[in-house]
Design a protein around this ligand. Structure first.
Ligand code: HEM
Length: 366
């Protein structure tokens, strides 16, 4: 199936039911010309629209043998494969370089240092982000590759994660599992009312060009797979607060039963107070909900021969402060911390999708 780019409403790839694969990449602007940035966003818009419709961004097979193909060609014949490409603008777009400081959304700033951060500088930040999701990994990769190619001379690549296997669920989808073997996405945001309340920037918010947009937080989270794999089921279930097989809360019931955080068993909470879900649940965190749209990733094996893998955690919320509040809680207490490390991080403002005849974030240059 194909998704539309020029909706004039929210960008695709957020409320869209998560596709099977994702390639995520951030970029540094190497230009100091605001016009270059404008042209890049216009070219990216046109290119993304083409690719989401399953078309190449230019000639794959030029008539003249001396001509360089405009599209690299590896997605030719693969169709749209549900491709969506979601574009984000990092805090750097609004620094001194481009004269756009007055246009910076107040909520867009580098994330503060968070408890249990072990961020690697080379996996952090970026002036622009692209999240390409598709049901065929080659279609997602092709999109990122050709957009990076279009950006040459204006942007350099900064960090990237190749996600395989969705680890989140949208409306009507079955819940997949992350690499720890647990169902992930059970209590994700699904209903349109929750999107309006927690994800989309409201129609009375500032700046005007961000209305209908959202904020993206990406974290590359490494899992200590070997240690996890040697822990027993009871320990694993206590860490998440859910059962491994069916994914139901430890307070009882099936996958979608509402957890009962007050239920006691043998004098202890059935769902441990420091379990991942007890700390993250909206009932216990002042009512915050975020949209999680994560993917599993692997980088093969590390220099010690251990499996190098984890979760490309991508969250969307209309206030990045909601992610910060949650991660402060999780980072300082979550039982899961013994098995994970946050090694990459980025924050981006995600403007709404353009209307036909327009380009992404055009309002920023008005
Ligand atoms: C729930 C896994 C990181 C926020 C869950 C669940 C699992 C899970 C298995 C229960 C099923 C569900 O409701 O989706 C993981 C893993 C992580 C990770 C393996 C890291 C490798 C994070 C981070 C945040 C977060 C960084 C936010 C800062 C949440 C929230 C819920 C949740 C809000 C729903 C809690 C509820 O309402 O019951 N996660 N998670 N998670 N997680 Fe994570």
């Amino acid at each position: 199936r194909s998704h539309e780019f020029y909706t004039g409403s929210h960008q695709a790839g957020i409320e869209t039911e998560p596709q099977r694969h994702c390639v995520y990449m951030t970029f540094d602007l190497t230009t100091t010309s605001v016009q270059d940035l404008q042209v890049l966003l216009a070219r990216w818009s046109a290119g993304i629209a083409q690719m989401m419709a399953g078309r190449p961004v230019g000639t794959v097979d030029p008539d003249r043998s001396s001509a360089v193909p405009q599209d690299t060609g590896e997605a030719y014949d693969l169709g749209p494969s549900s491709l969506t490409v979601t574009v984000g603008l990092g805090p750097g777009v609004f620094d001194h370089r481009f004269g756009l400081a007055a246009k910076r959304p107040k909520l867009l700033a580098d994330l503060p240092t968070l408890p249990s951060d072990v961020l690697k500088p080379e996996l952090t930040g970026g002036d622009l982000s692209l999240q390409a999701c598709a049901d065929d990994p080659q279609v997602a990769y092709h999109a990122i590759r050709d957009l990076a190619r279009m950006g040459r001379g204006t942007v350099n690549t900064r960090w990237t994660v190749m996600g395989f296997g969705r680890a989140s669920a949208g409306k009507g989808q079955s819940t997949p599992r992350n690499l720890m073997g647990f169902k992930d996405g059970t209590r994700n945001i699904r209903e349109p009312e929750d999107f309006d309340r927690y994800v989309w920037v409201g129609h009375d918010s500032e700046p005007v060009w961000m209305r209908g947009g959202t904020y993206q937080v990406a974290r590359k989270i490494r899992m200590d797979i070997e240690i996890w794999d040697s822990s027993d089921r009871g320990t694993q279930e206590g860490i998440f607060g859910r059962s491994k097989g069916a994914g139901g809360p430890l307070s009882g019931g099936s996958e979608f039963t509402t957890p009962d955080f007050h239920k006691m068993v043998a004098g202890k909470p059935a769902i441990p107070a420091k379990s991942h879900v007890a700390l993250a649940a909206h009932e216990n965190n002042g009512g915050i909900k975020i949209l999680r749209r994560s993917y599993n990733f692997t980088d093969g094996i590390n220099e010690l021969g251990q499996l190098d893998a984890g979760l490309l955690f991508i969250a969307y919320q209309n206030d990045p402060g909601h992610f910060v509040t949650l991660q402060r809680r999780l980072g300082s207490a979550d039982l899961l911390n013994e098995y994970i490390s946050h090694i990459g991080s980025g924050i981006f403002a995600v403007p709404p999708a353009p209307k036909p005849g327009h380009y992404l974030a055009e309002g920023l240059f008005a």
